[in-house]
Design a protein around this ligand. Structure first.
Ligand code: ATP
Ligand code: MG
Length: 268
């Protein structure tokens, strides 16, 4: 669905601060894939998302989009706002995905309008009923709080809401960048359960960066491991289903040739 060919990303090229964050990445994301992405700090995971989402233009290589009912096209240089129509992205900070000073229904309306570009749609009873039915999926009682400002909600509620609103805009690809890392364990688990539910119910294509190796094993049909700007491991569904946490850590150690003690956060 999205193909990356020989993608390289070098920051501050030609200066003493030159930093090669992605080295010749080749990746074929298939429709319906749920890919978990692991790797140490600075491995290039978020940079990979940035080039997929159009936040950054890669220094080398090409990106292609091939979605149902559209002609395949190259999108390497397409602007981020253009790609936002088919790529949804959720960050670690639960305050980033929603507008705190606006009501819940206004937040949902903005997101809903994204899917109906150019059409005039207004907030009426049937729209509110639709929003309520969607909010019920979160099982947080938010369906009774349509007129509350979103800033009154907890971090977990806001992140769950961000997830719901992103899914409602029907992205072809959903990029999750440690989207539960800033939540307490209870809320993190809740948002993860919702992630699984939405991915399955809407047959989403998902990439999920996590520092939690167990989570990387438990979720998805494919696992990629990044290190120093490279994809050093790409595990398919069959292999992943058999893989244990210990085996994954052993493979990570062998590939990185460094003791995981200094990467303690991977074992959280
Ligand atoms: N805008 C930028 N300008 C310059 N260097 C950058 C920029 N963004 C990222 N880098 C560098 O690129 C490398 C990869 O960073 P990136 O944020 O992709 O890592 P990551 O795998 O997401 O790490 P983490 O797990 O800490 O989030 C790092 O060396 C980082 O300092
Ligand atoms: Mg990152």
């Amino acid at each position: 669905m999205i193909t990356l060919k020989n993608i390289g990303m070098t920051f501050a090229q030609g200066t003493p601060d030159e930093n090669c964050a992605l080295k010749n990445i080749n990746l074929d994301i298939q429709q319906g894939d749920f890919i978990t992405v692991i790797g140490s700090n600075g491995a290039g995971k978020s940079t990979l998302y940035n080039v997929i989402a159009g936040t950054l233009t890669p220094t080398t290589g090409n990106i292609y989009l091939d979605v149902p009912n559209s002609t395949p096209q190259e999108i390497t240089k397409d602007k981020e706002y253009k790609r936002a129509r088919y790529i949804g992205r959720i960050f670690q900070n639960p305050l980033l995905g929603t507008a705190g000073k606006m009501t819940l229904e206004d937040n949902m309306m903005i997101c809903h309008k994204k899917g109906y570009k150019g059409l005039k749609i207004s907030l009426n009873k049937s729209m509110r009923d639709y929003f309520r039915s969607q909010l019920e999926l979160l099982e947080m009682g938010l369906e009774d709080r349509l007129n509350d400002n979103v800033e009154q909600f907890s971090g977990g509620q806001r992140q769950a809401l961000t997830l719901l609103m992103t899914v409602m805009s029907k992205p072809n690809l959903l990029l999750l960048d440690e989207h539960t890392a800033a939540l307490d364990p209870g809320n993190a688990e809740l948002v993860m359960k919702l992630t699984r539910k939405f991915a399955k119910n809407y047959n989403l294509t998902v990439m999920m960066i996590t520092h939690n190796m167990q989570q990387a094993l438990d979720y998805g049909n494919r696992l990629i491991m990044m290190d120093s700007g490279d994809i050093i491991l790409d595990i398919n569904a069959q292999e992943k289903a058999k893989l244990t946490l210990n085996e994954l850590i052993t493979r990570f150690r062998a590939l990185k040739q460094k003791d995981l003690n200094s990467d303690a956060m991977l074992l959280q």
